[in-house]
Design a protein around this ligand. Structure first.
Ligand SMILES: C[S@@+](CC[C@H](N)C(=O)[O-])C[C@H]1O[C@@H](n2cnc3c(N)ncnc32)[C@H](O)[C@@H]1O
Length: 224
């Protein structure tokens, strides 16, 4: 991964950044595609990459469902890192305008993605998940992360989230807020609730230089 410039910047990657991604690695190729589109914040590339790599070490295959997916970069990264997933769906009622351009550019670079990524403009509550799905979500704001975890758990789907914007009016720190920083308490309660629902939970972080909201929760239903 190229670390010569701040990976957590909200500045857009554009064609002027192309020479920062000179190599033949998957990451550099991905970086060049994002630069060629010219519309995505730099941090989005690094977040999708760091999250995708860690999730794929634990969760292989499955239909990928990128909830609150925005441009849908994570959905594509998940397929590129594990081609055994047949398809990916980006579930977002209000995707950004550049989502279609990003998808076209990624398909042009990797034709095997053609026809395998779809965008659905619906609320997560209206999307039907199944037990074989792998639900991923990068920075679903506040209680939306809880809605995603609930929807995944009701379907017994594997799930990985990188929470952000903890809203202490709607997110539950349980009884832990007296002992630890409140947003950490919220995420700790989320992890423990998944365990009580029969999930094997892994708590990790992605580099803080990419985002300060860097707690990654990965959960898979344990076999009976
Ligand atoms: C902070 S953005 C994150 C986008 C992307 N995952 C990323 O990391 O760049 C949050 C996204 O959640 C979407 N969103 C809001 N409410 C939603 C809902 N009920 N179901 C699914 N997505 C939702 C928004 O449209 C927005 O694109």
């Amino acid at each position: 991964m190229c670390m010569r410039f701040a990976p957590g910047s909200r500045g857009r990657l554009t064609r002027y950044d192309l020479d920062r991604f000179p190599g033949d690695s998957l990451f550099d190729r991905l970086g060049r595609v994002v630069c060629s589109v010219g519309r995505l914040p730099r941090k989005e590339l690094y977040e999708a990459w760091e999250l995708g790599r860690r999730v794929r070490r634990r969760c292989r295959g499955g239909r990928v469902v990128d909830v609150a997916g925005g441009h849908g970069l994570l959905a594509h990264v998940m397929l590129l890192l594990d081609d055994s997933s047949p398809e990916a769906v980006v579930v977002d009622p209000d995707p950004p305008p550049a989502a279609a351009a990003l998808h076209q550019a990624l398909v042009a670079e990797w034709p095997r993605l053609n026809g395998r990524v779809s965008y659905l403009r619906v609320d997560v509550q209206r999307f039907v998940l199944t037990a074989g799905d792998l639900v991923v979500s990068s920075h679903a704001c506040g209680a939306l992360t809880d809605a995603i975890l609930d929807a995944a758990a009701e379907a017994s789907a594997a799930v990985a989230v990188l929470p952000c914007c903890h809203d202490l009016a709607t997110c539950d720190p349980g009884p832990l807020a007296g002992w630890m920083e409140r947003t950490l308490a919220v995420d700790a309660v989320r992890a423990l609730r998944l365990e009580t629902r029969g999930y094997a939970v892994s708590t990790q972080t992605i580099p803080a230089a990419v985002t300060p909201k860097n707690r990654l929760l990965i959960a898979r239903r344990e076999l009976p």
